[in-house]
Design a protein around this ligand. Structure first.
Ligand SMILES: C[S@@+](CC[C@H](N)C(=O)[O-])C[C@H]1O[C@@H](n2cnc3c(N)ncnc32)[C@H](O)[C@@H]1O
Length: 301
């Protein structure tokens, strides 16, 4: 498929993202306000506009926006707008609120501490839910403090050290200027999403984000990336314990396996005990002869 003669980067996530947005909205997108952050040539923006939403695409690189604007003109789209801006300038005062926010392929291009403020602004402009498609750090390597909390992840390189502004701009899929980026671990990403006001977070698994690679078109699952849906709902009050509030909600631990270990260990021990019981030799049958043997065992050989 092409968009204004530009082959649409039909990433493995496009179907998943659009399906998740439609499913979570639970109603036609007609008239809903959608924000597409770092929209590049606007592929997702046009998908959402095609479903009736009013879409604003924010993109930092004018070279991408040229494609997006041309496609808008050619298709006479009246319900999609594009602005050139740095997503780090996102605020409710500047852009208003949106029913749905798409944060696709951009979180992992931002560095600390900007990425934390960006996530806070994302929550602030979001009325219903955000879909976040991102790389994550498999291991907690470095931590940053932000608003009194600690977030773990790893630092990655966006541009070679000392790259010129022009060189950076020419890296079409990379950050605008920061040479490094901060990738959250999954626990820290879930934690920050809760801390900035999303009431629940879901890991989208279907549709499968797959690629067909090579001449044989081998089926591959895209690794170390997740698609999360963060819902901006109402915090529930628990009937059995009204004192249980979101503020007392536990954070995800970084070492999830270690925390699961205790439960796993107990389950394992119980299983072992059960197996030992089953493999023990069966008790001798209680025959009259056995009873006599027990009574006179002192005198028997
Ligand atoms: C990997 S592409 C993702 C494009 C699209 N959202 C998608 O998922 O297919 C990253 C995009 O982010 C843009 N970008 C990077 N840093 C940005 C920033 N600080 N503000 C706005 N756009 C930025 C890039 O120009 C590029 O279009």
């Amino acid at each position: 498929m092409t968009l204004n003669n530009l082959p649409i980067d039909n990433t493995p996530f496009s179907r998943r993202v659009v399906q998740a947005a439609v499913d979570l909205a639970r109603r036609p997108l007609t008239g809903l306000r959608v924000l597409d952050l770092a929209c590049a040539h606007g592929a997702y923006a046009f998908e959402m506009a095609n479903l009736g939403a009013h879409v604003l695409g924010i993109e930092g690189r004018e070279s991408w926006l040229e494609h997006a604007r041309r496609a808008k003109e050619e298709g006479s789209w009246s319900n999609v707008e594009f602005v050139q801006d740095d997503v780090r300038n996102l605020s409710k005062a500047k852009y208003g609120e949106f029913d749905i926010v798409l944060c696709l392929g951009i979180l992992y291009h931002l560095d600390a501490p900007d990425v934390f403020d960006f996530v806070a602004q994302l929550a602030d402009v979001c009325r219903e839910f955000a879909i976040i498609e991102t790389h994550f750090a498999a291991r907690p390597r470095i931590a940053h403090e932000w608003r009194g909390k600690q977030y773990w992840g790893m630092s990655t390189l966006e541009h070679a050290t000392g790259a010129t502004p022009k060189e950076k701009l020419n890296e079409l899929g990379a950050s605008l200027d920061n040479e490094q980026a901060f990738w959250f671990t999954q626990p820290s990403l879930c934690n920050i999403l809760r801390h900035v006001g999303f009431t629940s977070v879901y890991d989208c698994r279907n549709p499968v984000a797959n690629l067909y690679v090579g001449p044989e078109r081998l089926f591959k699952i895209w690794g170390n990336r997740i698609t999360l849906a963060a819902i901006k709902g109402q915090s529930v009050r628990m009937l059995y314990d009204p004192t249980m509030t979101t503020s007392s909600e536990a954070d995800w631990p970084e070492d999830v396996e270690a925390h699961l270990f205790e439960r796993g260990l107990r389950e394992y021990q119980a299983l072992e005990a059960q197996e030992a019981e089953q493999s023990a030799p069966p008790p001798a049958p209680d025959t009259p002869e056995a009873r006599i043997r027990r009574l006179f065992r002192r005198f028997l050989p």
